[in-house]
Design a protein around this ligand. Structure first.
Ligand code: SF4
Ligand code: SF4
Length: 161
Protein backbone atom coordinates (compact mmCIF):
# COMPACT_ATOMS: atom_id res chain seq x y z
CA UNK A 1 0.00 0.00 0.00
CA UNK A 2 2.80 2.42 0.96
CA UNK A 3 4.64 1.55 -2.25
CA UNK A 4 1.54 2.18 -4.34
CA UNK A 5 1.00 5.56 -2.69
CA UNK A 6 4.64 6.45 -3.17
CA UNK A 7 4.50 5.62 -6.88
CA UNK A 8 1.22 7.46 -7.37
CA UNK A 9 2.70 10.49 -5.62
CA UNK A 10 5.78 10.29 -7.87
CA UNK A 11 3.62 10.18 -11.01
CA UNK A 12 1.58 13.09 -9.69
CA UNK A 13 4.75 15.12 -9.14
CA UNK A 14 5.82 14.50 -12.74
CA UNK A 15 2.42 15.64 -14.04
CA UNK A 16 2.32 18.73 -11.79
CA UNK A 17 5.87 19.58 -12.82
CA UNK A 18 4.92 19.37 -16.50
CA UNK A 19 1.81 21.51 -15.95
CA UNK A 20 3.86 24.08 -14.03
CA UNK A 21 6.44 24.30 -16.85
CA UNK A 22 9.10 22.71 -14.70
CA UNK A 23 8.83 24.97 -11.65
CA UNK A 24 7.38 22.41 -9.23
CA UNK A 25 10.63 20.47 -8.82
CA UNK A 26 12.26 23.71 -7.65
CA UNK A 27 9.47 24.38 -5.15
CA UNK A 28 10.03 20.97 -3.56
CA UNK A 29 13.79 21.10 -4.14
CA UNK A 30 15.01 19.17 -1.04
CA UNK A 31 12.63 16.32 -1.81
CA UNK A 32 13.54 16.39 -5.52
CA UNK A 33 17.20 16.20 -4.62
CA UNK A 34 16.66 13.32 -2.21
CA UNK A 35 14.39 11.42 -4.61
CA UNK A 36 16.79 11.59 -7.55
CA UNK A 37 20.20 11.85 -5.87
CA UNK A 38 19.84 10.51 -2.32
CA UNK A 39 21.04 13.87 -1.08
CA UNK A 40 19.11 16.71 0.60
CA UNK A 41 21.69 19.31 -0.49
CA UNK A 42 19.47 20.44 -3.36
CA UNK A 43 21.68 23.35 -4.41
CA UNK A 44 24.17 20.84 -5.83
CA UNK A 45 21.65 19.42 -8.30
CA UNK A 46 19.53 22.36 -9.47
CA UNK A 47 21.00 22.19 -12.97
CA UNK A 48 19.32 18.82 -13.48
CA UNK A 49 15.80 20.01 -12.67
CA UNK A 50 15.08 21.69 -15.99
CA UNK A 51 16.82 18.81 -17.78
CA UNK A 52 14.38 16.42 -16.12
CA UNK A 53 11.48 18.60 -17.22
CA UNK A 54 12.47 18.31 -20.88
CA UNK A 55 13.41 14.65 -20.51
CA UNK A 56 10.12 13.66 -18.89
CA UNK A 57 8.11 15.57 -21.52
CA UNK A 58 10.05 13.94 -24.37
CA UNK A 59 9.86 10.50 -22.75
CA UNK A 60 6.09 10.62 -22.21
CA UNK A 61 5.51 12.02 -25.68
CA UNK A 62 7.73 9.32 -27.24
CA UNK A 63 6.01 6.59 -25.26
CA UNK A 64 2.53 7.71 -26.24
CA UNK A 65 3.26 8.58 -29.87
CA UNK A 66 5.71 5.87 -30.96
CA UNK A 67 6.18 3.16 -28.38
CA UNK A 68 2.73 2.33 -27.07
CA UNK A 69 3.83 -1.31 -26.85
CA UNK A 70 6.07 -0.40 -23.92
CA UNK A 71 3.18 0.95 -21.85
CA UNK A 72 2.49 -2.58 -20.69
CA UNK A 73 5.98 -2.64 -19.12
CA UNK A 74 4.96 0.00 -16.56
CA UNK A 75 5.55 -1.54 -13.15
CA UNK A 76 2.71 -2.66 -10.90
CA UNK A 77 2.22 0.03 -8.27
CA UNK A 78 2.94 -2.34 -5.39
CA UNK A 79 6.12 -3.93 -6.77
CA UNK A 80 9.02 -3.74 -4.32
CA UNK A 81 12.05 -1.52 -4.93
CA UNK A 82 14.86 -3.53 -6.51
CA UNK A 83 18.53 -2.99 -7.27
CA UNK A 84 18.91 -5.90 -9.69
CA UNK A 85 16.80 -7.86 -12.14
CA UNK A 86 14.54 -10.54 -10.74
CA UNK A 87 16.93 -13.52 -10.31
CA UNK A 88 14.09 -15.98 -10.83
CA UNK A 89 13.53 -14.59 -14.35
CA UNK A 90 16.91 -13.32 -15.58
CA UNK A 91 20.58 -14.19 -15.29
CA UNK A 92 23.84 -12.91 -16.71
CA UNK A 93 24.26 -13.88 -20.33
CA UNK A 94 26.75 -16.67 -20.98
CA UNK A 95 28.39 -14.36 -23.53
CA UNK A 96 28.89 -11.55 -21.01
CA UNK A 97 32.62 -11.20 -20.34
CA UNK A 98 32.70 -7.97 -18.29
CA UNK A 99 32.29 -7.81 -14.50
CA UNK A 100 28.75 -8.19 -13.19
CA UNK A 101 28.64 -4.58 -11.99
CA UNK A 102 29.71 -3.14 -15.35
CA UNK A 103 27.85 -2.47 -18.58
CA UNK A 104 30.97 -1.57 -20.53
CA UNK A 105 30.17 0.81 -23.36
CA UNK A 106 26.50 -0.14 -23.53
CA UNK A 107 23.83 2.32 -22.40
CA UNK A 108 20.83 1.10 -24.39
CA UNK A 109 18.49 0.94 -21.41
CA UNK A 110 19.36 4.56 -20.58
CA UNK A 111 18.85 5.89 -24.11
CA UNK A 112 15.70 4.21 -25.41
CA UNK A 113 12.86 6.54 -26.43
CA UNK A 114 15.10 9.47 -25.43
CA UNK A 115 18.50 9.81 -23.76
CA UNK A 116 18.14 9.93 -19.99
CA UNK A 117 19.04 13.31 -18.51
CA UNK A 118 20.88 11.57 -15.66
CA UNK A 119 23.29 9.67 -17.88
CA UNK A 120 26.82 11.02 -17.65
CA UNK A 121 27.93 10.19 -21.19
CA UNK A 122 31.57 11.06 -20.51
CA UNK A 123 31.90 8.06 -18.21
CA UNK A 124 28.76 6.12 -19.18
CA UNK A 125 27.69 6.55 -15.56
CA UNK A 126 24.29 6.90 -13.92
CA UNK A 127 24.09 10.04 -11.76
CA UNK A 128 21.06 8.63 -9.93
CA UNK A 129 22.57 5.30 -9.04
CA UNK A 130 21.00 3.83 -5.89
CA UNK A 131 18.42 6.60 -5.41
CA UNK A 132 14.72 6.13 -4.69
CA UNK A 133 13.99 6.93 -8.35
CA UNK A 134 16.53 4.30 -9.44
CA UNK A 135 15.20 1.58 -7.15
CA UNK A 136 11.48 2.20 -7.47
CA UNK A 137 11.24 2.47 -11.22
CA UNK A 138 12.86 0.64 -14.15
CA UNK A 139 16.54 1.43 -13.60
CA UNK A 140 17.81 -0.76 -10.78
CA UNK A 141 15.65 -3.72 -11.73
CA UNK A 142 16.41 -3.62 -15.48
CA UNK A 143 15.32 -5.75 -17.28
CA UNK A 144 11.98 -5.64 -15.53
CA UNK A 145 10.29 -7.75 -18.21
CA UNK A 146 10.96 -9.84 -21.28
CA UNK A 147 9.56 -7.00 -23.37
CA UNK A 148 12.18 -4.59 -22.01
CA UNK A 149 14.98 -7.11 -22.49
CA UNK A 150 13.96 -7.61 -26.11
CA UNK A 151 13.33 -3.97 -26.81
CA UNK A 152 16.76 -2.86 -25.57
CA UNK A 153 18.54 -5.91 -27.04
CA UNK A 154 20.48 -6.04 -23.80
CA UNK A 155 23.69 -8.04 -24.25
CA UNK A 156 24.18 -8.54 -20.51
CA UNK A 157 21.11 -10.45 -19.36
CA UNK A 158 19.17 -13.39 -20.68
CA UNK A 159 16.01 -15.15 -19.67
CA UNK A 160 16.50 -17.90 -17.13
CA UNK A 161 15.20 -21.14 -18.40
S1 SF4 B 1 20.98 -2.71 -22.03
FE1 SF4 B 1 21.92 -4.22 -20.63
S2 SF4 B 1 24.13 -4.08 -20.99
FE2 SF4 B 1 23.18 -2.27 -21.87
S3 SF4 B 1 23.31 -0.73 -20.23
FE3 SF4 B 1 21.33 -1.73 -20.01
S4 SF4 B 1 21.66 -3.43 -18.53
FE4 SF4 B 1 23.67 -2.74 -19.28
S1 SF4 C 1 20.00 4.00 -14.86
FE1 SF4 C 1 20.41 6.18 -14.49
S2 SF4 C 1 21.08 6.99 -16.46
FE2 SF4 C 1 20.04 5.03 -16.84
S3 SF4 C 1 17.89 5.55 -17.26
FE3 SF4 C 1 18.08 5.14 -15.05
S4 SF4 C 1 18.46 7.15 -14.09
FE4 SF4 C 1 18.87 7.34 -16.28
Amino acid sequence: MIRALFRLMSYAIVVINLLSCGTFLYIIAPYTSYFFFNDLRFWKYLKYYHKYYFYSAAYIWGLLSREQGLIKTVLPLTSPPMDRPDPTLFRLSKQWTLPEDSCGECNRCCTFIVDCCFLDTSGNRCLCYGSLFWKYFNCGRFPSSQAMLNYCECPKFETRG
